[in-house]
Design a protein around this ligand. Structure first.
Ligand code: 1PR
Length: 553
């Protein structure tokens, strides 16, 4: 079978390649217009921005051959942007046009009642169709979505588009098209390659379906599907691995207390290192595979190693990402060192180049910490964004959903009558902390440097620059097991509309329920309790479900 992949040069196509490898299929890349003639099946796994995809296809002379291929009746499977390009256009990029095969314009989610982008695991409702093909989709499974723009499902006003709808999903009070299917065309807004075993089943079903079975059954009239009181988006449980080289030079997963990753006693008598040896909690790839099997909804690998000065020197970390991406089929975020760098041979690499290396290795999102602080400081000084920051350049190429900002704030205790510049963000302690007052200061370099920027200034600033999501750490709570810093998380939640991952301090399953109930964050992350085997991911999901919240099934 001539199975081909269309890669327009942006987006993480590696994940899908890994899925096919796992399922035992070989494929080739479309590199020139002629390849479309050789293809008997085509998958277009687009991730990122609509305009980047269309412009890249056009500049490589691939847009018209793609349209011809689809019209020829040969099997096509578009994922995310690979589905969206089938539409007329997207309000994301008014200057470019889509293929115009589906008569509808893709539009932005409304963020007045929910965080946008829509990131996470959501359920789908399969619609009845004349040919009865479910394409391996299952209404009792959840699938991974990551997008800000969607095709509305509106059979009353746009029946021609609704005819294409194969399944729908609800986010907030909006019902949108989750998959399309007609004749030789199948498309999914979600990412089967990142949707665990349920997603692999879809890919396997599509690859296994013979061409003869791709019927041209008459379109089925669609009925409206009014929004239900609650959508199916699940609260994500994220496992984070801080990775660095230990004193023997091996990359290990480590974990600090308030960001100090060394044992409290020296590694050997007479050793002169400050503190003891770097804590070694296991091998990154083995732990990633373990957390995937245990049901983690998402994984983070934070590169906190000391040699992340250049991508060339970062080959061991890239190898870790590559190997982890072959084992896990849920989203993988890579952080640490996403900035402009210079290789030892003098080659300059932009933050976008560095991020691209990670995306190519299998990362789905990159996480930026120190550079995000500097970018917001620059923006505040210059009075606006200038388009050059890592956040802006990476979001432009890969879409804002691929850019996470990791925030490392620390409490600054002040007099309760404090009247300084951060007085509007002052927290007055309650309970055990009665009588104390503090604000949250941003830091860089893993908490080593304090900056004159508050957590609210940073969060609002990176949202403006185009970040798609926040990981909100707390240096004070990190590794303590005392629970998430609810005051901090509520403060930031009130000030931004992008999704947030609460981090630092988880000690029990009840802490997850507390943070979801009290702050409404979309996801919560832990490290130490997982590495030490103290709390299971299933135990947390169970507690979340019992508390009446959605957890991935
Ligand atoms: O500044 O863009 O190069 O990114 C560096 C990244 O590395 C930042 O995201 C920063 O948070 C992280 N980092 C740097 N130094 C450390 C360290 O520990 N010495 N790790 C570090 C931060 C915090 C979380 C941790 C949670 C949950 N680790 O990642 O996983 O606090 O822990 P817990 O559940 O055990 O409480 P740049």
């Amino acid at each position: 079978m001539g199975l081909f992949f269309l890669d327009y040069g942006a987006g993480n196509v590696q994940s899908l390649a890994n899925s096919l490898k796992k399922l035992g299929y070989d494929f080739q890349w479309i590199t020139s217009p002629d390849d479309f003639h050789k293809a008997t099946s085509l998958i277009f796994p687009g991730v990122g921005a609509f305009e980047s995809a269309i412009v890249a296809l056009e500049s490589r002379g691939l847009l018209d051959p793609l349209r011809e291929y689809i019209k020829s009746g040969k099997p096509y499977f578009g994922i995310c942007i690979g589905m969206q390009v089938l539409f007329e256009a997207s309000t994301e990029s008014p200057k470019v046009k889509g293929l115009g095969i589906i008569p509808c314009v893709i539009d932005l989610f409304d963020n007045s009642d929910k965080a946008v982008p829509h990131i996470g695991w959501n359920s789908v409702d399969l619609l009845d169709s004349a040919d009865k093909s479910d394409e391996g989709l299952d209404s009792s499974s959840d699938y991974y979505f990551v997008h800000s723009y969607r095709a509305p499902y509106d059979p009353d006003n746009n029946p021609a588009t609704a005819e294409w709808a194969h399944s729908v999903t609800q986010y907030g009070q909006e019902v949108f098209i989750a998959s399309v299917r007609k004749g030789n065309v199948f498309g999914a807004q979600f990412h089967p390659e990142k949707s665990g075993e349920a997603g692999l089943k879809i890919i396997a079903a599509w690859l296994g379906e013979s061409e003869a079975l791709r019927s041209n059954a008459p379109p089925t009239p669609r009925v409206s599907r009014p929004p239900r009181s609650k959508d199916g988006l699940t609260k994500r449980i994220v496992a984070c691995m801080d990775v660095r080289s230990n004193d023997a030079g091996d990359l290990v997963v480590t974990k600090g207390d308030q960001y100090d990753v060394r044992e409290k006693t020296p590694s050997a008598p007479g050793k002169t290192e400050i503190g003891g040896a770097v804590r070694n909690l296991g091998k990154p790839v083995a732990l990633a595979a373990k957390y995937y099997a245990a049901g983690a909804d998402e994984l983070c690998l934070m590169n906190i190693t000391s040699f992340r000065h250049s991508p060339l020197r970062d080959q061991p970390m890239l190898a870790v990402v590559r190997a982890a991406a072959e084992e896990v089929f849920v989203p993988l975020t890579i952080g640490g060192g996403i900035k402009d760098t210079t290789d030892p041979d003098g080659t300059r690499r932009s933050a976008l180049d560095v991020a691209s290396l990670y995306f190519r290795a299998g990362a789905d999102k990159v996480s930026i910490a120190s550079e995000a602080v500097y970018a917001v400081e620059r923006m505040l000084k210059n009075g606006g964004p200038d388009g050059t920051s890592a956040i802006e350049t990476i979001a432009h190429a890969y879409g804002r959903q691929a850019v996470v900002v990791s925030i490392d704030p620390r409490r600054v205790y002040v007099d309760p009558n404090y009247d300084g510049p951060h007085k509007d963000e002052l927290i007055l302690g309650k309970g055990d902390e009665e009588g104390k007052a503090w604000w949250y200061q941003c830091t860089t370099s893993g908490g080593r440097e304090n900056r004159d920027l508050s957590v609210v200034q940073l969060a609002k600033g990176v949202e403006k620059l185009g970040a798609g999501e926040l990981v909100l750490n707390s240096i004070d709570r990190d590794g303590t097991g005392k629970g998430f810093d609810i005051d901090l998380i509520q403060l930031v939640r009130r000030n931004v509309r992008i999704p947030m991952i609460a981090s630092s301090g988880a000690g029990t399953a009840a802490h997850f329920v507390e943070v979801f109930h009290k702050t409404g964050v979309e996801a919560a992350l832990a490290a130490g309790i997982f590495h030490r085997g103290e709390v299971g991911i299933d135990e947390i999901k169970n507690a979340v479900s019992v508390a009446g919240l959605n957890a991935r099934r």
